[in-house]
Design a protein around this ligand. Structure first.
Ligand code: HAM
Length: 422
């Protein structure tokens, strides 16, 4: 046997979520589910891996995710990938299960891990988690406003403030085409001022130049003087104006940002991003938008759709909620001294649990002091002490861990007494 085995480490860009923090995660997921349900969204779960071609087709061959960040799995002749996002998978499930025919309009939510082979840094992981929604089968601009309002509701529910909601419209595919031509015209004389990546993007995916982080590129983008009139068709302009008016009516604060583009090709019309200054370089808490062509592109009918997703890790970086306050304590910790007490305690423990009372005890014959310390550590509401003395008298000494008060309770009334006091 190896005398000094090396301790394994989790792969870089992944994170263990230990019990205190996991309780906070549960709270975040429960809160999100409660809010999603109030808006009429129902849960969906799709596989963690999908056929690679699903993402190539829907996210776009030229996107950073498809080009550089896919975790691929080769099995004989098939290529799968760990899902980098859930929108494409949800649309696939919608079509594969004929939901477009049975319930053409469907509001769905999901939570779960996503995978992108990125260079890890603060707020950027290789396995991270989304909570998100997709509303499939409608092109109404009111749905866009609802979705943006819903995304804000989640932040309020998680005690997050100081965020900024940015919205934009990319228009329909024809408008996007116009916009990309317009961008190329405006940028072609300025290529020397753009970084090497943006020079590549110029011919491959000119939209991405708009959200390059390099100072020089940002400067060029700021001077572009883009105007919606130059590329949004009347229908898309009307759609965008209803979205904005509806948000105004809800008193929702947002900024219109004409240079906001998203790193995925499927977006059309409304796109939005929620950023937070405390996140640093990776400042997007969440993002979403319309993808009116994706359902048709994946073989379905011509139906509109919109959704968004938050990165849970990023939400947790800015929430004021404290992990410790979500760690639930036990109701009762049984302290037993000696063999006979342990035997009796073991039965009482079982009786408590049978009544759904959270309880535990020590099996290691620890000292009274050590067991008492443990009762404290597990945040027990009551410690119940069973020693030789108690056994002779057929009682148990119950200590209220909040007040420190102690009293003896007959063994045969113990479970009922605990039930009364909780
Ligand atoms: P996305 O902007 O790629 O959109 O991801 C949404 C959010 O996930 C980001 O705003 C960020 O908070 C988080 N996120 C993304 N990558 C990472 C990472 N490497 N580490 C940590 N967090 C990350 C989508 O994925 C779309 N599917 C959203 C959507 C739904 N659009 C329509 N429906």
């Amino acid at each position: 046997m190896n005398e000094n085995p090396e301790i394994f480490k989790a792969p870089s860009g992944t994170k263990d979520i230990l019990p205190d923090e996991a309780s906070l995660w549960q709270f975040v997921e429960e809160k999100a589910k409660e809010i999603f349900s109030a808006y009429g969204y129902r849960p969906i779960r799709t596989p963690i891996f999908e056929n690679n071609s699903l993402f190539n087709r829907s996210l776009g061959e030229e996107t950073e995710i498809v080009k550089k960040q896919m975790f691929l799995i080769q099995r004989q002749k098939e290529t799968f990938c760990l899902r980098p996002e859930a929108t494409a998978a949800v649309v696939r499930a919608y079509l594969e299960n004929n939901l477009d025919k049975t319930e053409s309009f469907l509001k769905l939510y999901y939570t779960g891990p996503m995978f992108r082979a990125e260079r890890p840094q603060k707020g950027r992981l290789r396995q991270f988690h989304h909570i998100g929604v997709e509303a499939l089968g409608s092109s109404s601009p009111y749905l866009d406003a609802e979705i943006i309002a819903l995304s804000q509701k989640i932040l309020q529910g998680l005690n997050i403030s100081g965020y900024q909601i940015n919205i934009n419209s990319l228009g329909c595919p024809q408008d996007k085409q116009k916009l990309s031509q317009l961008l190329r015209e405006k940028l072609k004389g300025k290529l020397t001022k753009l970084c090497a990546d943006c020079n590549q993007r110029f011919s491959r995916n000119v939209f991405r130049i708009l959200d390059c982080k390099h100072a020089g590129c940002k400067q060029v983008v700021n001077e572009l003087d883009l105007q919606y009139n130059d590329y949004l068709c009347p229908d898309c302009a009307r759609h965008f104006s209803i979205v904005k008016n509806s948000l105004n009516r809800l008193n929702l604060n947002y900024l219109t940002n004409i240079t906001l583009v998203r790193g995925l090709d499927y977006y059309t019309r409304t796109v939005f991003e929620i950023s937070h200054p405390e996140l640093g370089a990776q400042d997007a808490l969440g993002a979403g938008g319309r993808y009116d062509n994706l359902i048709a592109e994946l073989g379905g009918p011509n139906l509109g759709a919109i959704g968004f997703a938050y990165g849970v890790e990023r939400l947790l970086l800015v929430t004021k909620l404290q992990p410790q306050s979500f760690a639930k304590g036990l109701n009762v910790y049984i302290i037993s001294l000696g063999d006979a007490a342990q035997k009796e305690g073991f039965c009482l423990l079982n009786a408590l649990r049978g009544q759904n009372i959270a309880a535990d005890m020590d099996y290691e014959d620890k000292s009274l002091k050590a067991q008492m310390r443990r009762a404290n550590d597990v945040k027990a509401r009551f410690a119940a002490l069973l020693g030789e003395n108690e056994l002779t008298k057929q009682v148990i000494t119950l200590k209220d861990m909040r007040t420190g008060n102690q009293e003896e309770i007959p063994l045969n009334a113990f479970v009922d007494e605990i039930k009364k006091r909780l």
